[in-house]
Design a protein around this ligand. Structure first.
Ligand code: AIR
Length: 401
């Protein structure tokens, strides 16, 4: 392939923070981005060339997008795989990852079955469709995570159930068609951002530790504070997962590290993922740039660590929905080695992802970073980095001053 600049135009279904960060990442490469999103002035719109306003199931809008771009991708699982495949074929543009992969991943039960078929370790799970069925499963497993089979993200659609008496309410909450997973008493959650490029090339980013509360990611620590054997196992499982998936791009692979040091797959996202936001500052090439490079069939950028990094998510801390104004920004801007990312959402809602900040351990910083050696897996530096990221993040608020 001979690449010339200015580069191609990429169409992205979805224009939230992930589309925004894709646009930010690839402007220097001369790639233009057009997004399709139902919200006029969506988060990506100020940083990309254009937005088509339309729903993810709007066939005309998806055809218009495909007619205007050289390649198609998506940044949200609510994208419609059939429409994308059809529009891409009609306008003769590639679409990555493969819409079939999206279809498999969209249904969490089908996703888990595909992993089992490939011999990849996952927690025990069963399909549940009735309250009686769920009661039996809760009794048998002694507590489960109930998950909507489709449509849930950022904690929506996941309900822990440990009392059979709560089965009916829980099933109502996730909308009926669900799966239940054994409640794992894990040591920690970790994630690997994996990359599939042209000619079957695969790469992985350093294993990341992810810290969740109420099913929502709060912080990510890279590299993960775990031992080398677990890191090796996580990388090996991630490579097995990549083999099962079709199509180029970045995949977020969420994992559990059990108390015995085993690694099980929790969930896969066929797109850049919140647990890889640290790669913007902490890796040689960000997940967003590499996703676009992969989708375009361009050479992939190196995924090596530049510096240990901790990302802390800024979530909506208001009681209800209201226009978003965030305060406490001055302290974050004044801090060295901390980078703020604002997602550009007009409204704040409780626990909505509004932005993030990443604290990196940089050589010559005032936090002992001069001693960091990329080969050192010692956790103390990352403990300090995590506290620093949390402190800075906790100073940000959407509540009235
Ligand atoms: N997203 C997609 N899947 C999971 C997440 N977090 C990102 C995408 C999407 C945006 O969240 O960037 O467009 C939607 O965010 P919200 O807050 O409007 O629901």
């Amino acid at each position: 392939m001979t690449i010339t600049l200015p580069g191609p135009t990429l169409g992205v279904v979805g224009g939230g923070q992930l589309g925004r960060m894709m646009g930010e990442a690839v402007a220097p490469l001369g790639v233009e981005v057009v997004v399709l999103d139902p919200t006029p002035g969506c988060p990506a719109s100020p940083v990309v060339s254009d937005q088509i306003v339309g729903g993810f199931d709007d066939a005309d809008a998806i055809h218009e997008l495909a007619s205007r771009v050289d390649a198609l991708t998506f940044e949200i699982e609510l994208a419609d795989p059939d429409l994308m495949a059809e529009a891409a074929a009609e306008h003769d543009v590639p679409v990555h990852p493969d819409p079939d992969t999206l279809r498999t991943i969209q249904d969490k039960l089908v996703q888990k079955e595909a992993l089992v078929d490939a011999g990849i370790p996952v927690p025990e799970f069963v399909a549940v469709a009735t309250a009686e069925g769920l009661e039996r499963v809760v009794e048998e497993f002694g507590g489960v995570m109930l998950k909507a089979r489709e449509g849930g993200y950022d904690g929506r659609g996941n309900v822990p159930v440990d009392d059979p008496a709560d089965a009916a309410d829980a099933l109502d909450e996730v909308g009926g068609n669900a799966m239940a997973e054994e409640f794992l008493d894990f040591e920690r959650e970790i994630a690997v951002m994996g990359l599939k490029g042209a000619d079957g090339e695969t790469r992985t980013y350093p294993v990341t530790e992810t810290i969740h509360r109420e099913e929502i990611l709060r912080e990510s620590v890279a590299p993960a504070r775990t031992d080398d054997a677990v890191v090796a196992e996580a990388e090996s499982v991630a490579r097995d997962v990549l083999d099962v998936l079709d199509g180029r791009g970045v995949y977020g692979i969420e994992l559990f590290e059990t108390r015995d040091g085993d690694v099980l797959v929790n969930e896969i996202a066929p797109r850049p993922h919140n647990s890889g936001h640290w790669t913007i500052e902490g890796a040689r090439t960000s997940q967003f740039e590499n996703h676009v490079r992969a989708v375009l069939g361009w050479p992939l950028g190196p995924t090596d660590l530049v510096a240990p990094a901790v990302t802390a998510n800024v979530l909506g801390d208001t009681e209800g929905t209201r226009p978003a104004t965030m305060s406490g920004v001055d302290d974050v801007l004044a801090a060295s080695g901390a980078d703020l990312h604002w997602y550009g959402k007009d409204d704040v809602r409780p626990l909505r992802k509004m932005g993030h900040l990443t604290a990196t351990l940089e050589a010559g910083g005032d936090d002992g970073a001069a001693d960091w050696d990329a080969g050192d897996r010692g956790a103390a530096d990352r403990d300090a980095l995590l506290s620093r990221a949390r402190d800075l993040r906790d100073g940000l608020t959407f509540r009235d001053a």
